[in-house]
Design a protein around this ligand. Structure first.
Ligand SMILES: [Zn+2]
Length: 286
C-alpha cells in the first residue's frame, strides 16, 4: 500500500478540496514500533503478528526498537532478529542508554554498523533524567557525527519547572546540529509548544501516535508545524496500528500532506529514496 492509496481510502474532505494532480506514491512507513517480550500488552517477538497488522493497516515498513531491557545489547539483538526475518518490512532503531556509559557508544557502533540500525531510540523515563541531561551527551555526540535521527519523548514527569519543548530542543539542536530529533507522541495531541519547536528548528519532527482520542491533532500539527515535519507512528503493539493510521488517513489534510506524513517525510529523515534504497548521507564533522 502507498501513502496515496491510504489517502484514497479515507474521507476526502481536505483532500478533495486541495484539487490538483494526485501526488506521486510513496511507501507507508511506521516510525514508532516496539519489539521484544515484555510480559504484558501483547508486546512480544511474534514477527508474523506484526506483519499481519501491518498488511491490514497498509504499512510497508515498520521501524522497530526494543527498550524493554536495561541492557541495550539484548534489546538490539531482538530487533536484529526481526530484521533477519524480514529485512523488506522492518527498519531497525538502536536503543541507547547511559545506564552503562562505557558500553553505550560501542553498542551503538555494533547496532548501526553491524546490525544495520537506521536511527537511535532513547528512553530517558528509565533513567529518571530528561533527554537534555549531560548523561546523554556522549551518545548524542556519536549520533551527531553520523548525522542520524534520535527518537525520544519530548517531556518527562521529572522535568524541572518551566521546561518547554522549544527551549529544550533549541539547546539540543545548537549543541548537536546534525541530529534529527523525532519527538514521539508530539503530534498525537494538540501541542502548541511542540509545533513551535518543529516550526522554529529545522531538524525537529513530530510523531503521531497517542493512546487518547486525538481529534484534530494531526490537522493541528500539519498546520502549525508544517506538513514536512510530521511523521506517522503507531506505537505498535502497545497500540493498534490500524487505529493509529486511521487518524492520518481520515485527517482533513491534503493528499500531499498525507503522503508526506505517512511516508515521504520518513524517507527523508531515514535517508531513503522512494524505492527504499539508501541515499548517501553527507559526511559530518563531530
Ligand atoms: Zn512507544
Amino acid at each position: 500500500m502507498t501513502a496515496s492509496a491510504a489517502g484514497r481510502s479515507a474521507p476526502r474532505r481536505g483532500g478533495a478540496a486541495a484539487g490538483g494532480a494526485p501526488p506521486e506514491p510513496a511507501p507507508v512507513i511506521d516510525f514508532h514500533c516496539h519489539a521484544g517480550r515484555w510480559g504484558r500488552y501483547w508486546v512480544d517477538d511474534a514477527c508474523d503478528r506484526y506483519l499481519r497488522v501491518m498488511d491490514a493497516a497498509g504499512i510497508d515498513r515498520a521501524c522497530l526498537n526494543c527498550i524493554w531491557h536495561g541492557d541495550a545489547r539484548r534489546g538490539n539483538d531482538v530487533v536484529a532478529g526481526f530484521l533477519r526475518q524480514r529485512p523488506d518490512r522492518f527498519i531497525g532503531a538502536a536503543f541507547a542508554t547511559p545506564h552503562y556509559p562505557e558500553e553505550a557508544v560501542p553498542e551503538l557502533e555494533r547496532a548501526v554498523d553491524q546490525l544495520g540500525m537506521a536511527y537511535v531510540k532513547v528512553y530517558p523515563d528509565y533513567v529518571g533524567r530528561p533527554v537534555d541531561d549531560p548523561a546523554y551527551f556522549p551518545i548524542f555526540e556519536w549520533v551527531n557525527a553520523r548525522g542520524l535521527p534520535v527518537m525520544c519523548h519530548a517531556t518527562y514527569p521529572f522535568d524541572p519547572p518551566g521546561t518547554t519543548i522549544t527551549g529544550r530542543f533549541t539547546a539540543l539542536s545548537r549543541r548537536f546540529p546534525h541530529v534529527t530529533w523525532v519527538l514521539a507522541h508530539a503530534a498525537g495531541r494538540v501541542d502548541a509548544d511542540a509545533a513551535r519547536a518543529a516550526r522554529c528548528l529545522p531538524k525537529v519532527y513530530l510523531e503521531t501516535c497517542s493512546s487518547g482520542t486525538a481529534l484534530g491533532a494531526v490537522e493541528y500539527a500539519v498546520e502549525h508545524a508544517g506538513e514536512d515535519r510530521v511523521l506517522f507512528g503507531s506505537d505498535m503493539p502497545l497500540m493498534d496500528a490500524r487505529q493509529q493510521i486511521a487518524k492520518v488517513a481520515t485527517a482533513a489534510i491534503s493528499p500531499q500532506a498525507k503522503r508526506k506524513v505517512l511516508g515521504a517525510n520518513a524517507l527523508r529523515v531515514l535517508g531513503l529514496s522512494t524505492d527504499l534504497r539508501p541515499v548517501p548521507r553527507p559526511a559530518r564533522g563531530a
